[in-house]
Design a protein around this ligand. Sequence first.
Ligand code: GUN
Ligand code: ZN
Length: 431
Amino acid sequence: MSGPRAFRGRIVHCTGDPDAGGLVEHFEDGLLLVDEGRVRSLGPAETLIKNLSEDIPVTHWKGSWILPGFIDCHVHYPQLDVIASYGEKLLDWLETYTYPAEEKFADPDFARVTAEQFLDRMLANGTTSAMVFATVHAHSAKALFSAAHERNLRLWTGKVLMDRNCPESLRDTAVDGIRESRELIDRWHGQDRLQYAITPRFAPTSTAHQLDLAGQLATEYPDVYIHSHLAESQAELEWVAELFPDADTYTDVYRDHRLLRERSIYAHCIHMEDDSVATMASAGAAIAFCPSSNLFLGSGLFDLDRARVAGVRVGLGTDVGGGTSLSLLRTVHDGYKALQLKGQSLAPERALYLATLGAARALYASDRIGNFAVGKEADFVVLDPARNLLLQRRLASADTVRDRLFALLMLGDDRLVRQTYIMGRPALKEA
Ligand code: GUN
Ligand code: ZN
């Protein structure tokens, strides 16, 4: 582990949920002191620097913003090559583009190289943690775990479970899928910052038997995660009703198989009855709001206000390759626009929260990541607004912190990222 070091710049983070009195704390000239990879203190540079021992190195990111690393609650690493594929909605998009791309992961070398590239792109976008889909191949999860371990990332993944309604080449069996998942849990779950997620793709691609066994496995490992999709498109909903006629709702399919609980993350959750949202809230399940994907695939508009009122945990997901960017900044601005169409709004405080501390809460990791509270793991990003002249000009006319933050969130993207730090250490080659 590394000794103490300090980082100086405009520092911004959320102290808590904006609905529960949480604030955006802002230090125009702030100092973040990191020791042993964790936050030691945070405050105005002027005061903290006076007490700082002279041998502690200070990196001065003058003119730049220092934010907690972004957290992506839902993304598919095998879908890098699927981004921006033309013309289909979810179910046809899966058949036409996604499954063929995932078939390439039968080759472990391809999986290994893609896992490395994915994480490097993710870090270049300022994302420091993610809940990630692999493919049905156990070695695809292993490849991502290995690459994340080398980079010391806090990351969740798992082998996809899929035993029907997909190409033969991507099918496991109920029993083999669970056996492989168990082996991966025993090898990787809790290994430094890595966590396992039991990953049934979505209800249509698993038999009831596979979902049963997945629920049984989850019950055996209460601190393991569950990761899937729920109620993304209308056609999917109709298909689920045909395949599971005994369940009253799509949400009940997962609940009936013991897959709805704390540490379960469901992407999308758009086409749902109020009761199902309440069911998720009381189960402690979380939603990954994926606006870029929802717009790109024409899936629908997520009801964020309803989820907030119901008290469901929500974080943002890029959902690449349904989403068109690995940048949580771009995902935030898609979220703002999608909510405008829904007659709702996304205040800058909530937008930052959803991409950082709220996402950490959705992933039951807010005791470790998500903001600069003392003791947390020092994952953060340095954003330089001067890298986008339009943003720089817009900021020059902003006279409140709130307006500045909003402009940064709406106009920012990966061009702004000067450096991404993982537990206080730089993760990008060039600064
Ligand atoms: N539902 C089932 N599989 C997928 C997937 O790969 N992407 C998205 N967006 N939805 C899904
Ligand atoms: Zn997805």
